[in-house]
Ligand binder design. Structure first.
Ligand code: GTP
Ligand code: MG
Length: 373
């Protein structure tokens, strides 16, 4: 809390309110018993009593983001940032094949010699130097858990529909998720190499779910591809860049980084390892950071090729070490000025989380009790 009333402070100090009011009067402050005192005044009074104020830092990370958003932002500092894309679709329609195909055609050719590792996300660069970030956490799991935790990470989703199978239950589910999150959809009509492929049927069925192809007067982009043969991939990426240009995605690389955890685990040698998506600002090695209720300093930072980075700008996925705990996918992260504050905020958030867990347990127990009755 940033302020206390005269009564509350007098209680904390074990003094009569009247005494405090008198002291305040001597300091030139006319106060009554319910008067709210600001931090500076509290410190002044406490100093007078020889009491040191132990700052109680209880800040919610969302408050911090609000604080960061209120930071004087120079319009000129807002620059275009790469889109962050997820791939969704029914089982076996070719999501993994597409992700691999994009990665293989772009990442390795661009940066020869790198050994690709699975960090849950990667970035590709087209021939014009335009970047696209892909989240490759399996299935819609990532999308749904992150959504459930309130994190919005995706700018655009590619809906993969196999042309030989058509719209299936998880196709519809994916459409609903994307709609709920207000994320634009590009349809990749996959497996076009198959003789049994029927793209017209896919268009017909998707139209029934509100995704009307441009050719039919709608505004949904459909791209025929073969993820297996690597056909249509360049067009698909072009369309992704087109849609994201329309969305005017911007970020300020000059501010301290904020973003979301894509995945995290405990590594025997390296400790807590987390893949973070920098959503705004620039993340640097050495930055004091709070991630969910974990905290620390960014010790090492690598990209999906295992290359060490000193800094990472907006829409960049990076794997970092240096946290005291393993955060969860969907947790938000915020960079702080100094490590002390990061630790205080991290610890305070950790204890709040424990309390919440406890109260949740109590509730569960009560529910169980009723179940048994
Ligand atoms: P889940 O992760 O299980 O939901 O499946 P997925 O959507 O990731 O599909 P995956 O990429 O594993 O592909 C399923 C099968 O379809 C595999 O045998 C792929 O080789 C095949 N496949 C994917 N894309 C194509 C394509 O463009 N053409 C053909 N012929 N087969 C494809
Ligand atoms: Mg897969």
């Amino acid at each position: 809390t940033e302020s206390l009333s005269v009564q509350e402070l007098s209680k904390k100090l074990g003094r009569e309110p009247a005494e405090l009011i008198k002291k305040l009067f001597m300091l030139g402050i006319m106060a009554n018993i319910n008067q709210q005192l600001d931090k500076d005044t509290i410190e002044l009074i406490c100093a007078d009593y020889g009491v040191e104020v132990e700052e109680e830092i209880k800040v919610d990370i969302t408050d911090l983001e609000v604080h960061f958003e209120n930071e004087e932002e120079n319009e000129a500092d807002l620059k275009e940032r790469p889109p962050v894309v997820t791939i969704m679709g029914h089982v076996d329609h070719g999501k993994t094949t597409l992700l691999d195909s994009i990665r293989n055609s772009k990442v390795t050719s661009g940066e020869a010699g790198g050994i690709t590792q699975h960090i849950g996300a990667y970035q590709v660069t087209d021939e014009n130097g335009k970047k696209i970030t892909f989240l490759d956490t399996p299935g819609h799991a990532a999308f749904t858990t992150m959504r459930a935790r309130g994190a919005k990470v995706t700018d655009l989703t590619i809906l993969v529909v196999a042309a030989d199978d058509g719209v299936m239950p998880q196709t519809v589910e994916a459409i609903n998720h994307a709609k709920a999150a207000e994320v634009p959809i590009i349809v990749a009509v996959n497996k076009m190499d198959k003789p049994s492929s029927n793209p017209d049927r896919v268009m017909q069925e998707l139209t029934e779910h509100g995704l009307v192809p441009e050719d039919w007067g709608g505004d949904t982009i459909f791209v025929p591809i073969s993820a297996l043969k690597g056909e249509g991939i360049d067009t698909l990426l072009e369309m992704v860049l087109l849609v994201s240009e329309v969305a005017e995605l911007k970020a300020n690389a000059k501010r301290k980084a904020i973003g979301t955890v894509i995945e995290a685990q405990l590594d025997k040698g390296r400790g807590s390892v987390a893949t973070l998506l920098v959503q705004d600002g620039t993340l640097r090695v050495g930055d004091p950071i709070v991630v969910g209720h974990a905290y620390g300093r960014v010790r090492a930072m690598v990209n999906e090729l295992g290359r060490r980075l000193k800094e990472a700008g907006p829409s960049t996925p990076v794997e970092i070490t240096g946290l005291n705990e393993v955060p969860q996918a969907g947790d938000r992260f915020v960079v702080f000025e100094d490590e002390k504050t990061a630790r205080q905020v991290g610890e305070s958030r950790a204890s709040t989380a424990i309390q919440e867990q406890r109260s949740e347990k109590t509730r569960v127990t009560l529910d169980n009790l009723f179940d048994q009755m």
